[in-house]
Design a protein around this ligand. Structure first.
Ligand code: ADP
Ligand code: MG
Length: 378
């Protein structure tokens, strides 16, 4: 049974009536452009064929009542009195309701069943998927116009200010604007998006190291502060405004700030080059850029880990692997590899064995297709 069928069936069982709406919003994997989003730079993610689904029907009052299949828990809140609570997953829904209200939207109540197959906390952005699915549900029951970039900004605000996670715009924007078969080049300053076709005869393989680091939040905030300081040094609003030439000629940044800034400046250039390579169908150039991105994240931005490095090395060592890099904030989580289609089956087994031998850990491996962004399903 598909997840869509499951949420519909569970909603029927729990609410004794057919839900009249089903919404879906995907997770994502970033192909290249890491730690560039909060520097007003470029990212090149794709929405994946793993998503959060909600089957729902409107209510006449201001209650939102939701059952999560993952947590096997029913919870509710009133739109008239939004307060922080204990059930972690419900805070994402409340946060979206709050941010919609802050944006001046009149939101209506609903009840529904929620499920997803984006692994939680693995770096594939199940949180953005949950936020966009929630926003899509509110928009549908409240007759709000669906403007994907606007909704992404509202969901980012929910995560930043209600949940308290200081993320950039990438995750919400790609969940909102994904295009099947394509990655999306996002200009994080203007929020302009361009769909870029994935190279034919390749697969995107997500390699989860099965490690998670508690340190991520503080290290992430520290990197953001370092980038902002470097932008002030150059006298620009964000590192996006510094090109490699200007960076190379500059003098006076301390060694650590210099490495951080070099990653961001070079990664922005690589991301634009990667989109160009994809448009030309130049798979080997795209792979080379992914490999270079990993080195830069490891040595200059210093957000990799021994497990991520081991996973990337295992993938890069396989026939048919065009390129591989850590993806997401770092210190744990996933790597991503671009693999020739005919080599995928063999690569999955050999990389799993290689990584297990190197680290003693059992990885999870997901072969992903590029999917469409958040929507109401027929
Ligand atoms: P990531 O976004 O990398 O997957 P986060 O820690 O940002 O990890 O978000 C994970 C949280 O999002 C979960 O702990 C849960 O609260 C919520 N969440 C995501 N998917 C679901 C789901 N299918 N059902 C309920 N809650 C979910
Ligand atoms: Mg998240």
């Amino acid at each position: 049974m598909s997840l869509q069928e499951r949420v519909v069936l569970e909603a029927e069982r729990r609410f004794h009536a057919r839900p009249n709406l089903v919404v879906r919003a995907p997770g994502r994997v970033n192909l290249i452009g890491e730690h560039t989003d909060y520097n007003d730079g470029f990212v090149l993610p794709m929405a994946i064929d793993r998503a959060v689904w909600i089957a729902l029907r409107p209510r006449k009052d201001a209650q939102v009542r939701v059952h999560s299949l993952h947590f096997d828990q029913t919870a509710e809140f009133s739109l008239n009195r939004l307060e922080h609570g204990k059930a972690g997953w419900l805070e994402y829904l409340k946060g979206v309701a709050w941010a919609l209200q802050e944006a001046g939207c009149q939101v209506q109540g609903w009840e529904g069943v929620l499920a997803g197959d984006v692994p939680l906390g693995a770096g594939l952005s199940s949180s953005a998927a949950l936020e966009l699915a929630t926003a899509r549900a509110f928009a549908a029951v409240s007759n709000l116009p669906w403007d994907p970039p606007e909704m992404a900004k509202i969901c980012q605000r929910a995560e930043n200010e209600w949940v308290g996670m200081n993320c950039g715009i990438m995750d919400q924007l790609i969940s909102a604007t994904g295009v099947a078969g394509h990655a999306v080049l996002i200009d994080c300053r203007t929020l302009e998006t361009q769909a870029v076709p994935l190279p034919p005869d390749t697969a995107v393989v997500v390699l989860d190291t099965a490690t998670r680091r508690g340190l991520v939040d503080s290290a992430y905030n520290e990197r953001r502060a370092q980038c902002e300081a470097a932008a002030r040094f150059f006298g620009v609003p964000a590192l996006r405004d510094v090109d490699i030439d200007r960076f190379d000629k500059s003098d006076g940044l301390d060694a650590v700030a210099r490495r951080r800034a070099r990653h961001v400046v070079a990664e922005n250039a690589r991301t634009l080059q990667a989109a160009e390579a994809m448009r030309r169908g130049d798979t080997s150039e795209l792979g080379r850029l992914m490999n270079a991105s990993h080195v830069s994240l490891r040595d200059d931005f210093e957000v990799s880990s021994s497990e991520l490095d081991a996973m990337v090395a295992c993938a890069q060592g396989q026939d048919g692997c065009c390129g591989a890099r850590m993806t997401g904030a770092g210190f744990g989580g996933c790597a991503v590899a671009l693999v020739r289609a005919e080599a995928v089956g063999g690569l999955v087994t050999t990389v799993a064995n290689c990584y297990q031998t190197a680290t003693g850990r059992v990885p999870s491996i997901y072969i992903c297709k590029a999917a469409a962004g958040a929507g109401v399903e027929a």
